[in-house]
Design a protein around this ligand. Structure first.
Ligand code: ZN
Length: 337
């Protein structure tokens, strides 16, 4: 099947979403109070727009950057849609005296968990790429409850000098100081899979194999819950083809991240507008801007900066040094007023 993806579509109600108070209707948690995100206008006839999440460059990065607050999560949903795993809740809608029974929505906890898991996977991938010196703080080798030696990944860093009590406290925390939920997992699915080599490496301070194993598990867990291979219709063909596809927006975000890892494409943040964009193979790898518009804007800002410095009496030589340019270029800028 390869890594080929099927361009999945997702719908967003034009009138957006809202947070309401609700409670769990059935099951062991019945009656438990929850905050629920619901479409502002539900039901047939509600206006929706459709888009292709996989066509958005690095939407999983945009999601990973969302703060775990009601306001920020709602803003994301209003732009990109719900996660796609609604459950029935009994909710109180504003302006209605009767509670609505079994309305489909997504809890705040579900959203916090989703954003935290994608964020930790992205941060772990970034560490593998750029900050391997930070890896030891996220991996711990030690005996589990049964006394077997395991490697534990923890999203919350435990500094090297931490006392045993402090380390234990951090490893038990549900929420991180930055507000995201913590994620902890044994690096392999079963203790048997934690090959002696993986543990040996970790024991001598080489955490890279364990980091890749943890990233695989984090991403695979997301893929399992929201992605599936499907027979799809491809343009110009009567016979269907097998493709990777998503069943929900959250599945699609995991699929896009997995695809980026597979293609070794770490996206960049535009220096001007901060939008995420991918540097594909064959393109300039020193690309700093998402578009020609942003590149031009950065160029004009540099020229303007040069003129301001000149107006303060600085010499072209000094300006060139300050803006990391050369004297001829700076002189050109100062002439084209
Ligand atoms: Zn830009």
């Amino acid at each position: 099947m390869g890594g080929e993806l099927f361009d999945f579509r997702w719908r967003v109600p034009v009138s957006g979403y809202c947070w309401v108070d609700g409670e769990v209707g059935a099951g062991p948690a019945a009656g438990e109070k929850v905050r629920v995100m619901m479409p502002t206008h539900a039901g047939a006839g509600a206006l929706e727009r459709e888009y292709k999440p996989l066509a958005e460059p690095a939407l999983y990065r945009t999601f990973a950057d969302v703060l775990p607050t009601e306001a920020a999560l709602l803003a994301f949903a209003n732009e990109w849609g719900a996660l796609g795993a609604p459950e029935p809740f009994n909710v109180r809608l504003p302006g209605r005296s009767e509670p609505m029974i079994g309305a489909g929505g997504e809890t705040l906890f579900r959203w916090e968990m989703a954003v935290s898991q994608v964020r930790h996977a992205v941060l772990l991938w970034d560490m593998i790429h750029e900050r391997q010196q930070a890896l030891p703080q996220h991996f711990h080798v030690g005996p589990d409850a049964a006394g077997r030696e395991v490697i534990l990944y923890s999203s919350i860093p435990v500094p090297a000098g931490a006392s045993e009590g402090e380390a234990l406290c951090r490893l038990r925390a549900v929420r991180q100081p930055d507000g995201y939920l913590t994620v902890r997992l044994e690096v392999a699915a079963t203790v048997e899979q934690q090959t002696p080599l993986l543990i040996q490496n970790a024991r001598r301070g080489a955490f890279l194999p364990a980091a890749w194993a943890a990233l695989r598990r984090l991403v695979n867990r997301g893929l399992r819950d929201g992605c599936c291979p499907q027979l799809v219709q491809v343009a110009g063909e009567l016979r269907p083809a097998l493709r990777n596809s998503a069943a929900s927006l959250i599945g699609c975000l995991w699929l896009q991240l997995a695809d980026a890892i597979n293609g070794n494409r770490a996206p960049r943040s535009c220096r001007v507008c901060k939008t995420w964009f991918e540097v594909g193979s064959g393109k300039r790898t020193d690309k700093e801007f998402c578009s020609g518009t942003c590149r031009n804007r950065a160029y004009r800002e540099r020229q303007e900066h040069a003129r301001q410095l000149a107006a303060k009496g600085k010499l072209p030589r000094e300006i060139a040094r300050e803006l990391d340019s050369d004297v001829a270029t700076v002189k050109g800028w100062l002439r084209t007023k």
